[in-house]
Design a protein around this ligand. Sequence first.
Ligand code: NAD
Ligand code: DAU
Length: 354
Amino acid sequence: MTILVTGGAGFIGSNFVLSWLTETSEPLINLDKLTYAGNLDNLATVSKNPDYIFVRGDIGDASLVPELLAKHKPRAIVNFAAESHVDRSIKNPSDFVLTNVVGTFNLLEATKAYWTNLPISEKEAFRFLHISTDEVYGSLTAEAPAFAETNRYEPNSPYSASKAASDHFARAYFHTYGLPVITTNCSNNYGPFQFPEKLIPLCVHRALSNEPLPIYGDGKQIRDWLHVADHCSAIRAVLTGGAAGATYNIGGNEEKTNLQVVGEVCKILDDLRPRTDGHSYERQIEFVADRPGHDRRYAINAHKIEQELGWTPTETFASGLRSTIRWYLDNQTWIINVTTGNYQNWMRSHYGVE
Ligand code: NAD
Ligand code: DAU
């Protein structure tokens, strides 16, 4: 028994790989292209684990992926590999189409060819778990009910459009070919190893570097936040008990405005690492131009996964954010290593020269 994980050197993928190797005794192969977001430092503690194999490569590689499947014969694939940052998708959508749409399509094709020739019992047990996002459902008004699995897809950014397209291909491979695909749509994750282009680690890093904390527009956009460890436990629950062809929404039931999130980050830092001048980090908050097409509100109705699979999150946003900020404070070398070179180019092009 073994599983193939794609994108396992990124934020959620590396948290998943680490927790998998701690919580189970099943070998895991990690296929990752190592884009700017992939970082083998995240996986240093398991690099010599005999149950762990890393392969550098692209999910869209039509010769490598079939070779890996034939060699390792996984009983499941968990597809995390993607371009994941909305702002980058607005500046340069083509990479999002290439990996999220064409890459996922090629991965589905290779998986179908492999799965078709499995013995019947292995065919039935096989799972292709496609990791997607709540952003495919579009934007909610303040009073609208949270996203359910039955909501219409209304993606608004090139990122969410590319994820929606990949979800549709995943769905079609179940309906047309019977490939046992499951799709999960999760809300905003936070936790260790998140690349500091995303709101929470960006603000921690910039607060400590005495740089402005950029709030897009009025800062009243709402996101639902889930600790990455809870997302990983949900994925394990879906792999174990999820029905082929099903979709599951995953969320933390923690809706916050961006201003609340950044305010909380500042308060925790004021407590754990106060500014030397005695002022709050909140004085570094700066309102900047809004993200084009910025979705106003996301919220997740996670009743289905709670009721069918018995999954619930264990962290609250308050406890999870505090431990996450402690992690970033204790792992400054990790931050320094990922914020050189290309990172600085992105910061300059997106936020301007400081
Ligand atoms: P990330 O950007 O941190 O990591 C993506 C990983 O995929 C990197 O290791 C990168 O090297 C790898 N990758 C990119 N293109 C590849 C390719 N063509 N072939 C192989 N590997 C490739 O992303 P993340 O935040 O960890 O998100 C992981 C998945 O979860 C994505 O599919 C994303 O859409 C989804 N998701 C993310 C969140 C979130 O809040 N971060 C929430 C819901 C869903
Ligand atoms: O909802 C799930 C999605 O969450 C995932 O599918 C994406 O991969 C992940 O990146 C995340 O998308 P968001 O766009 O919500 O995350 P981000 O951290 O980029 O932004 C969170 C909110 O904060 C969003 O409303 C934009 C705002 N923001 C972000 C940045 C980077 C700011 O106000 N200022 C900033 O500098």
